[in-house]
Each structure stands twice: as C-alpha cells, then as structure tokens.
Design a protein around this ligand. Structure first.
Ligand code: ADP
Ligand code: MG
Ligand code: MG
Length: 513
C-alpha cells in the first residue's frame, strides 16, 4: 500500500506539472523513488540522527521547554549548479562591502526611507533611534555585521538573461531575494543539514556522492566574527549578550552559536536576555559601558528586535535605545538594521545608485543579481508599479518592511492589496518585487509527527540558498570582510514562503552538480 502511495504521488506530480516539466525541473541527486523498505529505514535513522545531533527546534504545540523536536528536513540534498554556487560564494564580500557602506551613509538611508517612515510606524521608530544616537554622537563607531544574502535560482529567463547557462539547463542564473542584517539565523542548522545528508548518503551506500556536498563552516565563521568584535571592544571581562525572544523556538541554532563561542574562547561569558529584562536591568556606566547584572557587555548579538511583536511596550524600545547609546559593539547597529530593509534594497536597485557605493566592476556584478524591484511611493514611478501589480499580480511579491517571514503578499492577493491602498499614503510602506520562479525537484519531506507512517510521498520542492557574510568596521574602514558558509531551505513548490521555524520549510543542503 505504501509503495502505491509513493507511486501515486509521483504520478500526481507528473500530472500537475505537465508541460512545465522539461522547462524548469532539476534532476534530483539520486534516482527516485527509493525502494519503500529502504526509505522507511533510512528516514527512521535520519530522524534519530537529527535529534541526537541537535538539528532540532522547540515545538510550537508542546510548550514544555524541556522537549525538542527534530527540525523538518528533506531526506536528500537538493541539486544546485556548482557554477552558480561558486558565484554566490564569491560575490558575498562585495555584498558585505555594499551593505557596510550603505549602513554608514546617513543621507542615503534617510532619503530612501523617508516616504516609508511617514506611514510605517515600526521603521520610523527604528529610524528615530538612529537620529537620536546621531545627534548624541555615535559612541561605538565599530559595527559587527553577520549578514545573510538569500538567493533563488531563476528558471524563467529571457534569451539575453540566459548568460552562460546551457539551453538544456532548467535555470539561467540566480537572483537575490533579500539580504538580512539582523538575526540572520541558521548558522548552525545550515551546516547541520549538510551533516544529515552526509549521514543519509552514507547509509544509502553512496559514499561516492559525499564529495559533492560542499564544506560548510558557517557556525565557526560567524562565531569567530563575534569574538573578533569582542577583541576590538578590548575588555577581557566583557561578556557577549544574545538578545532573544521571550520564547525561542529556534533554540538549537542559537545555543550552538553560544557553545561554539565558548569552545573557541572559554574565557568569554555568553548571556541571553530578552528586551524586557534588558529594560529592567541594564544601565549605562560613566563611559557609556552597557552594564547589566554587574557585567559589562562588549558585544550585543540581536536574535530578536526585528519585529513589532518583540516590543511589548515603551520599555523594550527604551532598551533598544539604551543599547544603541552604549559603547557595546552591536550586531547589528541600528543603521545596519535599517540598511537591511526592503525599501533600501529597492532603492539600491534604482539606476545609478550602486555606482555610488561600489567600483564599476563590482557594480556590474551586483546589478546582475537584482531582480525587478519597484517603489510604490505616491509618484509617477509608484503609479506605474501599482498598474503593473494590478495587471499581473502573479508576477510579483508585495513586501512590507518586516523580517522573519510570513509578511509578504502573493498571487491574486497582490492585486487586492494594491487596489485597496492605491489612493492612500500607506503604499509607501511596501515595495513590489518581481517574483522569482526557481526550478522544482523531487524530494522527501521529513516532518515531526508526519502522518505517513514514516514514509512520506515524493513532493515537488524549491530551494532558497543563503550565504553568510561577516563584516566588521566603521564609517572609515572595513577591518574584516569574509564569506563564511551557507544554508539551504526548501519548501513545497506550491508554497509562497518557506520559513523552517514557521513550519513551512525544511532544512536542506546543496548537492553540487
Ligand atoms: P523575510 O525578511 O520576512 O524573510 P523575504 O523577502 O525573504 O522576507 O520573503 C520571505 C520569503 O518569501 C522568502 O524566503 C521566499 O520564500 C519568498 N519570496 C520573497 N521574495 C520573493 C521573490 N521575489 N520571488 C519568489 N519568492 C519570494
Ligand atoms: Mg529577511
Ligand atoms: Mg527572508
């Protein structure tokens, strides 16, 4: 019966995607489907492997903090073109440089966010913190950027865009979805996914394939970045503070960062506090040191503070301002946070803008990875974008200035939303982005509590690759600029978003081909 189930699902996939199949389908790394007995057996082992190696999250349904579940994953690594992967890795230092320079350009940030700030309360509040510390004089000129550039392969390309891709390739290039400058997660779960896949391939007797899984030292690289910032702070007693949510679902990812820091340098204490606790217990010392529970904080690593829900009252906003006023090195500083907004991303895509920040050769490389990004401001350009969205909603994603997934608008809802705000200033809070169509491939989605008796059907999935960057510096110079690793998240090809923590996506790792 199970075998029939698998075969049926393959047949379904073939039926529903008929016509599109040749055009935008990547071959999986192995011949599929797998034999049912083998599948059941390897999934059972892989789940336990994930549980026992910390590829886990807290459950959203079982609120007992002592209980972990494995994070959803796909059984096999997804094929990803080697050349495109290499390009993504190589371009990261340029993106680091770009984001660093943008973060330090007050004029650019303020003009790019001007219209949005009039209608988007949250972004305005962040910007007000920036204005306040600018007026006071920036206490800590050094910023720590632990960024992640997220990209998707594009499968629907016009002739000229195909570049060096072969005619038979189901993609032509990749495009950037966004760059994250705050709480760029999966520094652990990214590498962990590659480790799951190493184990799975080994158990499938395919050791020969393991060479195509790229090394991934994201966790070490990100933590090394934090420790370099800590050294620059130059106080041996200073601690590193993680700013965390009230309940952390993505706990393994965060704790593995902490464990890695402690193992790289056991003399650096690591503490975790939420914004409310910081508001109650932190104060500034005579030299604007951030003092909390009698400890001096040298580096602040934000894994919270990127969405309105993290600020329950004025207290949490006061805490954010206090930290920004302090001498602690922030990851990110407020202007780095603002540099990662969608509105800034859209402003960077305007003709002639990248040139202000990058050399001509770097500019042309970065231009290629941008897809269409349009302002919805109440002006002639915005009107044109509104018209495009109404005429062709499926071609676009509508995005507000938010992070953490689940905030965008897709499909026909793009039209409804744009029509509803057409005549109001509110539309300046949003941007319109061309929708990327990544090629699909078959895989098995392994989820906790899956009802398929340990034998999930083959599904059509698409991936989003994230490349991690570390950048440290001030307005004058960049001291550290590195690419440090990657993560891959995969979702059903029919899903709009693929947040793993939100339960929509699955851990994955690239199989280079
Ligand atoms: P967030 O900061 O909330 O993560 P993103 O811009 O990354 O916002 O959008 C969330 C998700 O929506 C992405 O992970 C991706 O799955 C999907 N998405 C965003 N932009 C696009 C796009 N232009 N084309 C296709 N999918 C997109
Ligand atoms: Mg984001
Ligand atoms: Mg994202």
């Amino acid at each position: 019966q199970k075998r029939r189930h698998v075969e049926n699902s393959v047949a379904n996939v073939k039926k529903t995607n008929k016509g599109k199949m040749d055009q935008n389908r990547m071959a999986p790394c192995l011949q599929l489907p797998l034999d049912n007995k083998l599948l059941e057996n390897v999934i059972e082992k892989a789940k336990d492997w994930a549980l026992m190696h910390g590829a886990c999250m807290r459950s959203r349904t079982n609120l007992n903090k002592d209980v972990l579940q494995f994070a959803p994953f796909v059984l096999l690594p997804s094929t990803f073109p080697r050349r495109e992967f290499k390009k993504a890795v190589e371009i990261q230092p340029i993106l680091n440089e770009l984001v660093h320079k943008v973060a330090h350009d007050y004029e650019f940030l303020s003009s790019s966010l001007k219209s949005t700030n009039t209608v988007d309360h949250f972004t305005r509040r962040l910007f007000e913190i920036y204005e306040t510390v600018r007026k006071d004089g920036i206490t800590q000129p050094v910023s720590l950027g632990l960024v992640r550039s997220d990209i998707m392969l594009e499968s629907t390309c016009s002739g000229k865009e195909r570049g060096s891709a072969a005619k038979s390739d189901p993609y032509c290039c990749w495009k950037q979805v966004e760059i994250n400058t705050i709480a760029s997660g999966f520094g652990w779960l990214g590498p962990a996914s590659g480790l799951i896949h190493r184990y799975v391939l080994q158990e499938l007797g395919r050791m020969d394939m393991i060479q195509n899984l790229p090394e991934n030292h994201a966790l070490q690289g990100l933590c090394q970045g934090m420790l370099e910032a800590w050294k620059l702070y130059n106080n041996e007693k200073a601690v590193i503070m993680f700013v965390v949510e009230d309940v952390t679902y993505n706990i393994c990812d965060q704790r593995f960062h902490e464990f890695e820091l402690r193992s790289q340098n056991p003399n650096v204490p690591v503490i975790r506090r939420n914004l409310t606790q910081i508001s109650e217990r932190a104060k500034l010392g005579s030299k604007k040191e951030l003092i909390l529970d009698d400890m001096e904080v040298g580096v602040i690593y934000f894994r919270a503070g990127y969405e309105p829900g993290h600020y329950h009252s004025e207290n949490e906003w006061n805490a954010r301002l206090l930290m920004e006023r302090s001498r602690a090195i922030k990851c990110p500083s407020i202007y780095y946070h603002l540099a990662g907004t969608k509105k800034v991303q859209q402003a960077l895509a305007k003709p002639g803008v990248l040139e202000k920040f990058l050399s001509p050769d770097k500019t042309s490389v970065v231009k290629e990875i941008f897809t269409g990004l349009y302002s919805l401001d109440k002006d002639e350009f915005g009107d044109r974008a509104v018209q495009m969205a109404i005429e062709n909603p499926g071609h676009f994603v509508l995005k507000p200035q938010r992070e953490g997934g689940g905030n965008n608008v897709y499909g026909d809802k793009v039209r409804t939303a744009v029509e509803a705000m057409k005549d109001s200033e509110e539309r300046s809070a949003w941007i319109l982005m061309e929708r990327i169509s990544p090629p699909m491939q078959l895989n098995y989605l392994v989820r906790p509590g899956d009802p398929n008796n340990g034998c999930p059907p083959l599904s059509d999935v698409v991936g989003e690759l994230g490349i991690f960057g570390v950048v440290i510096g001030d307005s004058e110079k960049i001291l550290v600029n590195k690419q440090v690793g990657h993560m891959l998240r995969t979702k059903l090809s029919t899903a709009d978003e693929g947040g793993v923590a939100a339960g929509l996506g699955a851990l994955d790792s690239p199989y280079l081909c």
